[in-house]
Design a protein. Structure first.
Length: 371
């Protein structure tokens, strides 16, 4: 199957662009003509350069206020590139791309967590209404977890749902044993001692404020424990001054492997997700994970690779973190189980094959409509 595929993505940091670039790179290796339309911003631009995937500038922002102009831009891009199939990643691409095409081309929409998660009141109602309406312009709604798909169905979105979990490059994320942990800590200038790492954009979605609220109790139970928040974002300036001295805001990093390798425990206190790519990368590194009960967490961790706590329950969050910091044997057992789950269920090659099969199914379905 030879295809001309256009991936469209906004934002340019986090899991959505990383997934888009990975898929585009795999599809280029298959001999397809592939390009990615996204804002000219890092780190997405760097990932595209490294992958050798052509970039098309699309000046898009997170805010819905700029959607009209972005829809016009995207219409021009689509007309110029004449793709066989368009794969829209995340809310802004899903909004503008489906308005631009209105079903005129085979279209896959991948929410990477539903847009209405982030909204309340009138905005939430508007987002749900649009998703319901735009589903008819989606040949497939590709969700990264069963939980994400179930949430869409419960919101009244009727469409051709498909579930393909995120994946990790198993070879590119090697298991980090004690030697690798020591090497990573030396590289990062970290001392020995209990270390918790939370990696992600510092925003309400990722919930670092919940972890910061739980931290004093953790520190009381585990003297000498340190928390490092890796990432940047709009909430950092508000939350950083409130943090205890044992908490470090490390800023944006181009080397997440070292931070995950250095950790004893990885914590993901998010308020919502589709399926956290950071969680999978932590598991691939052999790190136990404490996560909130967001979409994809149960599917990824199972019952043996960490703990899942209710969203916003800082007492339970603290308890599960303390339990693991005090029990090195548990951390080893859960870390090994995490790595096994990645190798068995979340190998990125499986994601690639399933996505290619989905494209084929979508195009065949389109042919049937016109026979």
């Amino acid at each position: 199957m030879e295809l001309k595929v256009l991936h469209v993505v906004q934002p340019t940091e986090g899991g959505a662009p990383r997934c888009a670039v990975d898929l585009a790179a795999d599809q280029a290796r298959r001999g397809w003509s592939v390009s990615v339309a996204c804002p000219s911003e890092e780190p997405a631009l760097g990932w595209l350069r490294d992958a050798g995937v052509p970039h098309i500038e699309w000046q898009a922002r997170r805010s819905p206020a700029t959607a009209l102009d972005e829809t016009r831009q995207l219409s021009q891009i689509i007309s110029a590139t004449t793709p066989t199939l368009v794969h829209l990643h995340s809310a802004k691409a899903g909004l503008t791309g489906r308005l631009a095409m209105r079903g005129s081309l085979p279209t896959i929409y991948q929410p990477h967590a539903w847009s209405f998660h982030a909204a309340g009141g009138v905005m939430r109602k508007a987002a749900v209404m649009f998703e319901r309406r735009a589903a008819r312009w989606s040949d497939a709604i590709l969700c990264v977890s069963k939980g994400e798909a179930a949430l869409g169905v419960s919101a009244g979105i009727k469409g051709a749902f498909e579930v393909i979990p995120n994946g990790v490059d198993v070879e590119g994320w090697p298991f980090a044993d004690d030697v690798r942990r020591a090497e990573a800590r030396t590289k990062l200038g970290l001392h020995s001692g209990p270390l918790v790492v939370c990696l992600g954009r510092i925003t309400e979605q990722k919930g670092q404020d919940l972890l910061l609220a739980a931290w004093p109790g953790i520190e009381n139970e585990v003297p000498g424990a340190r928390l490092i928040l890796v990432g940047d974002g709009p909430s950092r300036s508000e939350w950083e001054p409130l943090a205890a001295p044992s908490v470090t805001f490390a800023g944006q990093s181009s080397d997440p492997r070292s931070w995950l390798a250095a950790a004893d425990l990885v914590v993901l206190p998010s308020r919502w997700e589709g399926m956290s790519l950071t969680m999978l990368e932590a598991m691939a590194s052999g790190r136990p994970v404490v996560s909130t009960d967001v979409d994809g967490a149960v599917e990824a961790l199972g019952e043996e690779a960490g703990a899942i706590v209710p969203v916003g329950d800082t007492a339970r969050l603290a308890s599960e973190i303390v339990r693991r910091l005090k029990d090195p044997a548990r951390r080893v057992t859960e870390g090994l189980a995490a790595r096994r789950r990645i190798e068995t269920h979340f190998d990125l090659r499986l994601t690639f094959e399933r996505t290619a099969s989905l494209y084929e199914k979508v195009l065949e379905r389109r042919k049937d409509l016109y026979r």
